[in-house]
Design a protein around this ligand. Structure first.
Ligand code: ADP
Length: 477
């Protein structure tokens, strides 16, 4: 099995087992399928956690994406294996239902597959493994309920923005949030810290004249769907201009007409005009001269269709109106947008259910201890699968430690014994070398429903893979 790249730079997986045979049965089928699933998980493993590596992916039309978001990596990979596709679906389901934890869910499934492979080699029937995994997943999910806490507070600015955005559109009575009401708009240029929350709308346009102000406090906005310029003589009307005087009179009339329009806007108190149409250089110059900032060619608005209807009540209001035309990195913006999407999802999930568990692998380690302890109570073969499940839960912490440059096994065993000794489920992997293992102190947490969903979804997909004992490729027909 190998990871290769096609001519567009997209990674794909070559499975030697399947290259040679077109039909696989029984244990051979399971082994081949496990290999495919593990291969996908291995790609994502190095992206897990705050020190996770980025992947660079190139689409067929040359667009480059740099990301460490599991769902995005898998989305853009051209996977040509049915089992590998199931893993992609797994990440997508987590994304769809929770919006976060898309890498972790695949890493967990990969670890469950790896453990299953060992059990198969020891002669344990795949159905018994599937049953043991099912029991273990229930123990883990229940244990998460026990160690969960209620919280409603975030510190980092992006998290705060996400929480504020979600709260401002949340339906607290129904305990739900329609994320479609929040628009994440990326603007090239500036820094991550420049990210801001706008209550209302954003219009991604520049002022019609470069010397108009870029920031208007407490703007009152007239949104026009009628043209905002002097009337143009229509071709079907004939205008006789035979003297310079007549021409000048006409021009003056035109200017007066436009001046009246500008005055009308000012009279009602507008400090900014947004127009659906363009206006010519002369109109633009006059607007600049009369001190009325304007934005042209803005689609969609339907507020004031005729000048006669312009009244103070029809003006839009906004705390401030800022125009920013700096340039920067588009790829970085896309990655920040994905992070905000994740943060929005976490904030939404906390409204649906405000329970959290601590991150950095601490919740998984605590579950692992609980599952391991429960295994002794099962006399049958399932206990091996239950123990294997406990080991698989440790793989998240191992990956986090590895990705942060720590000794994985030493770190895991130290943290685990600390959890047992102090009977405290908050110890995890200190990825950022903060100096404490206590994830509660570090404020690293994940939503309870997100973590439970990861365990449930990973178990379901692995059970599904284990139950396939016949792989028939199309070439058999
Ligand atoms: P996913 O797509 O699964 O959310 P991430 O790359 O975001 O993957 O990594 C999430 C994992 O990293 C979780 O296990 C989370 O608890 C852990 N994590 C995130 N931030 C920290 C941190 N500062 N210290 C330790 N672990 C962290």
């Amino acid at each position: 099995m190998a990871l290769a790249f096609d001519e567009y730079g997209r990674p794909f997986i070559i499975l030697k087992e399947q290259e040679q045979k077109t039909r696989l049965r029984g244990i051979e089928a399971q082994k081949a399928n496990i290999s495919a699933g593990k291969a996908v998980a291995r790609i994502l493993r190095t992206s897990l956690g705050p020190k996770g590596m980025d992947k660079m992916l190139q689409s067929p039309d040359g667009d480059v994406t740099i990301t460490n978001d599991g769902a995005t990596i898998l989305e853009q990979m051209d996977v040509d294996n049915q089992i590998a596709k199931l893993m992609v679906e797994l990440s997508r389901s987590q994304d769809y239902e929770i919006g976060d934890g898309t890498t972790g869910v695949v890493v967990m499934a990969g670890a469950l597959l790896e453990q299953a492979e060992r059990l198969l080699e020891r002669g344990i029937h795949p159905i018994r493994i599937a049953e043991g995994y099912e029991m273990a997943s229930r123990i883990a999910v229940e244990h998460l309920d026990h160690i969960a806490q209620n919280v409603n507070r975030c510190k980092r600015p992006l998290a705060e923005i996400s929480v504020k955005a979600v709260l401002s559109v949340a339906d607290l009575e129904r305990k739900d949030v329609n994320l479609d009401l929040i628009k994440v708009e990326g603007k090239v240029g500036g820094k991550l810290e420049d990210t801001e929350l706008v209550y209302g709308i954003t219009v991604d346009k520049d002022m019609s004249h470069s010397q108009m102000p870029k920031k208007i406090e407490d703007a009152k906005i007239a949104i026009l769907t009628c043209p905002f310029e002097p009337p143009k003589p229509k071709t079907k009307h004939k205008v006789d201009i035979d003297t310079v005087e007549k021409f000048q009179t006409l021009r003056q009339q035109e200017q007066k007409y436009f001046d009246d329009m500008v005055q009308k806007c000012k009279d009602v108190g507008a400090t900014l005009v947004i127009c659906q149409w363009g206006f010519d250089d002369e109109a633009n110059h006059l607007l600049m001269h009369r001190n009325l900032p304007a934005v042209r060619w803005v689609g969609g608005g339907r507020i004031v269709p005729r000048f006669q209807e312009l009244t103070p009540e029809k003006l839009g209001r906004m705390a401030s109106f800022v125009f920013d035309d700096a340039l920067g990195n588009k790829m970085m913006i896309e990655e920040i947008k994905r992070s905000i999407h994740d943060a929005l999802c976490v904030a939404r999930n906390l409204i649906r259910n405000n329970s959290i568990v601590y991150g950095g692998g601490s919740a998984e380690i605590s579950c692992s201890i609980a599952v391991e302890a429960a295994a002794d109570k099962y006399p049958g073969v399932e206990q091996y699968a239950i123990r294997a499940f406990a080991d698989a839960l440790d793989s998240v912490s191992i990956a986090l430690a590895e990705n942060s440059g720590l000794q994985p096994i030493e770190t895991l065993s130290a943290v685990k014994s600390q959890q047992i000794k102090e009977n405290n489920p908050h110890f995890g992997i200190d990825c950022n070398d903060v100096g404490t293992n206590d994830m509660r102190e570090q404020n690293v947490f994940e939503t309870l429903i997100g973590k439970q969903q990861q365990i449930l979804l990973a178990t379901q997909v692995v059970k599904m893979i284990l139950k396939i004992d016949d792989v028939i490729s199309p070439s058999d027909y």
